[in-house]
Design a protein around this ligand. Sequence first.
Ligand code: FES
Length: 101
Amino acid sequence: MPKITVEDTVTGKTETFKIGYGGNLRQAAEARGINLYKGMNEYLNCHGMGSCGTCLIEIAPLENVDGHSIIEKLHKIGDNQKLGCRTKVYGDITIKAKLVD
Ligand code: FES
């Protein structure tokens, strides 16, 4: 099972959890009470539909997740970034969360 290390850019706190191979990052984080959103976006997000962009995260290494989806390309996110709700995990990764105000 891949290991996720989450670095909170607001608090500096780090948390880790495991996810099933090919699991959805947002769903797995939410199930463990780990918040990927900054401020009110925790409540005002699109709930994983890919439209709001508030679940933006930075990921390393990118080889351990799926490629950018069409929705992520429409959001014009950076090469080292993904939307948490559009991310499937295939190996150990470290993410930086809470990037969007
Ligand atoms: S939750 Fe809105 S784009 Fe991911």
